[in-house]
Design a protein around this ligand. Sequence first.
Ligand SMILES: Nc1ncnc2c1ncn2[C@@H]1O[C@H](COP(=O)(O)OP(=O)(O)OP(=O)(O)O)[C@@H](O)[C@H]1O
Length: 239
Amino acid sequence: MLKITNLSKNYKQKEVLKNINLEVKKGIALALVGESGSGKSTLGRLILALEEASFGEIYIENKKLKSWLKENKSAISIVFQDYRSSINPNFKIIEALQEPYWQKKQQITLKQIEELLTQVELPSWVLNSYIHELSGGQVQRVCIARALLSNPQILILDEALNALDIYTQTQIIKLLKKLQKEKNLTYFFITHDLESASALCEEIAVLYKGNIVETLNINNLKNAKHFYTKALIQAVIHI
Ligand SMILES: Nc1ncnc2c1ncn2[C@@H]1O[C@H](COP(=O)(O)OP(=O)(O)OP(=O)(O)O)[C@@H](O)[C@H]1O
């Protein structure tokens, strides 16, 4: 589904991503795990085509990213960590869900919104609420619903669980797994947390100082070779 070849990204003299090669199959959840500043969000922005790579290419279904996006508008969505500031506090939830479509010709019906609300397991009263009236988990469900409204094939989750308590994280992981199955979604989960990565994803790519140093199946973590991956695993065992 998604293939990244020899990709590098420089900001002025600084090489943030170095010769990245990565493949994600359709319907698979891949976690991009790495320490702060390793370049995870930069790679996310490149996949969303918000920025251009300095070298290399991103392909989706064997087409260059930009030409694929022209044919498949809004087919990549993102959910951010900072869910409270992702939604305008002056909007009711119904308006926050409709807002991305106000400028576009595309119409989103109330029925579509209600169906999606059921899929993310939120009651319908939420639509007439403001975000300050909802819990963190409920707001993140709204953000997931908003990301799914455009019917994406790929969902980028940029530290999307970080701001939630452990219990709510577990609930959202369950929800994301259910949605992945129902909609055959491909997830690109950006995180520094190996524990939530293992709970959600089938595969893990480890980013260390701008390099993918290792890609592992989740059932194969014991065969990790790179010292940074081993340190991450040890840290989880220790906890
Ligand atoms: N627009 C930019 N201009 C210059 N440098 C940038 C820009 N965006 C990111 N960087 C630098 O690139 C490096 C990687 O940043 P990035 O946000 O991708 O890392 P990250 O792994 O997502 O970090 P975190 O986990 O803290 O969010 C950092 O050193 C950052 O300062």
